[in-house]
Ligand binder design. Structure first.
Ligand SMILES: [Fe+2]
Length: 491
């Protein structure tokens, strides 16, 4: 079977010159099933599982200024087995997507507009926007869980067919944020949400067989904008960072984020099944962090890696209308300057030590999930094009030797977050592949790269051409074959 268009979504988008609706961000409206794809090199026989990426695809002409995180979620999946690959892509059938398809127009204004411009009540912490489920994707209990950064529904899809499995029943009324974490050792899903009402944050645990087994407040001093969480074998880690919506403007419906250099960053370390009274709080240098990497316990300390932003409130990019330039600065890593950084929290003394691991501007990283929550040796980060939310290459860090290696995708070629896929029968932490969807603007195509994680500078071991050029997007995940089994009841 060659590539088959299984569905073509009705769009009212029309012509646009918006920088995040054109070029590498040109949205897709066609849904494909494809096998027998053109391969350069050879697909290894020792990779078995699915590479899955979420992307933003605006279907309708926006109400006011479009922000790329408003776009409707679309999942792209490349499944590997026995040296063969097959590709599928599907929109996430969110409630907002269905309502706008029925209406034939956009019903919700986006994050860059006043919520009064939305035609219907919205979702999540913001409350006035559409839950487009376009931010993050994980596989838990044998199914895809697609999530939205402002907290929303948990949408389930079959990881191989991408069939719509509806919304997840355990998601609390305040929703689930992007970046729930799957603990590979237990199969549990750890998640959080945040809101404008006290206690402002909650933390939950869902079992490997998909039952909500824990849900507890993480009380904060006010509404905050956490984006990610981390975990170790015994603890979950949440942050109260001094970047948040101006509380004086919120009653007017204005969601203006400000960074407060006079406030510390606060970290909550809570036992996996702990309650609010079990939280240990630590204070560190003021910062904002979009994404954490791994965390682990070492002696009396909890060690956490992440990307420390030097300038969480950057000036508008020049050369664009002011409001657009401001939005583009918040999408530009070279404006916010995130760097790989490490915090150490001493549970015995309460002491905190912190500092950078690298001076390059890096973000959107990955590591071998088999060492999630434990001390690992290798981290993989992406580099970005200055001025743009586009990934230009990869950097691998060996934390034991301090060495790093890198790979550039090439001119006008932009990749995706590149999760680590362990080789079947792997003998080392970095024995496996990094997978990335790369869009080549000059050749007008997209392809899936597999890169040998032990030698990323050598370039891809194979390139699998997709049946269409796909839009850029946000997060991706790797699900090994054994993670695709349906949820099993606990013994
Ligand atoms: Fe994220």
């Amino acid at each position: 079977m060659p590539a088959t268009v299984v569905n073509r979504i009705a769009s009212t988008l029309g012509a646009t010159d918006h920088p995040y609706m054109t070029g590498a961000w040109t949205p897709n409206f066609e849904e494909y099933d494809a096998t027998d794809l053109e391969v350069t090199g050879e697909i290894p026989r020792d990779i078995d599982g699915v590479y899955i990426r979420n992307t933003e695809n605006p279907v309708h002409a926006p109400i006011g200024l479009y922000h790329p995180f408003d776009g409707d979620g679309m999942i792209h999946a490349m499944a590997f087995q026995d040296g063969k690959a097959s590709y599928r892509n599907r929109f996430v059938r969110t409630k907002g997507f269905a309502a706008e398809q029925a209406a034939g127009e956009a019903l919700w204004a986006g994050i860059a507009e006043h919520p009064s411009r939305s035609k219907r009540p919205g979702w999540g912490a913001h409350g006035g926007i559409k839950d487009s489920s376009s931010t993050d994707v994980v596989v838990h209990a044998g199914q895809i869980l697609s999530t939205f950064y402002q907290c929303g529904e948990g949408y389930r899809l079959d990881p191989l067919t991408l069939d719509d499995k509806g919304t997840e029943a355990w998601v609390p009324a305040k929703g689930v944020s992007a970046h729930p974490k799957v603990d590979p050792a237990t199969g549990e899903l750890l998640f959080f949400n945040y809101s404008k009402t006290a206690p402002y944050m909650h933390y939950g645990v869902v079992s490997a067989d998909n039952r909500l087994t824990h849900y507890t407040p993480i009380p904060l001093p006010g509404p905050r904008l956490p984006h990610d969480m981390a975990f170790t074998r015994r603890f979950s880690i949440f942050a109260d960072l001094p970047l948040f919506w101006d509380p004086e403007l919120l009653p007017k419906g204005l969601h203006a984020a400000g960074f407060h250099r006079d406030l510390p960053s606060r970290f909550a370390i809570v036992p996996r099944y702990g309650q609010a009274e079990d939280i240990r709080w630590f204070e560190a240098r003021p910062c904002y962090v979009l994404h954490w990497m791994n965390a682990y316990e070492e002696g009396d300390e909890v060690v956490l890696d992440g990307y420390f932003q030097e300038d969480p409130e950057p000036p508008a990019l020049e050369g664009w209308p002011r409001k657009l330039g401001q939005m583009m600065a918040y999408l530009d890593e070279h404006s916010m300057k995130p760097r790989l950084y490490r915090w150490r929290f001493n549970l015995k003394t309460g002491a905190v030590s912190e500092g950078p691991l690298d001076d390059r501007i890096l973000e959107f990283g990955s590591f071998n999930q088999q060492v999630a929550g434990e001390k690992g040796r290798y981290l993989y980060s992406t580099t970005a094009k200055p001025g743009w939310f586009l990934f230009t290459g990869l950097v691998k860090h060996d934390l034991e030797t301090g060495r790093s290696t890198s790979l550039e995708f090439g001119p006008n070629r932009f990749g995706s977050e590149a999760p680590f896929a362990p080789r079947v029968g792997a003998k080392a932490e970095d024995d496996g592949y990094l997978a990335s969807f790369v869009t080549d603007l000059d050749a007008d195509l997209s392809e899936c790269l597999l890169i040998d994680a032990q030698d990323i500078a050598a370039g891809p071991v194979c390139r699998i051409r997709l049946p269409h050029r796909i839009s850029s997007g946000t997060h991706a995940t790797w699900a090994p074959r054994e993670a695709l089994k349906p949820a099993q009841a606990a013994p």
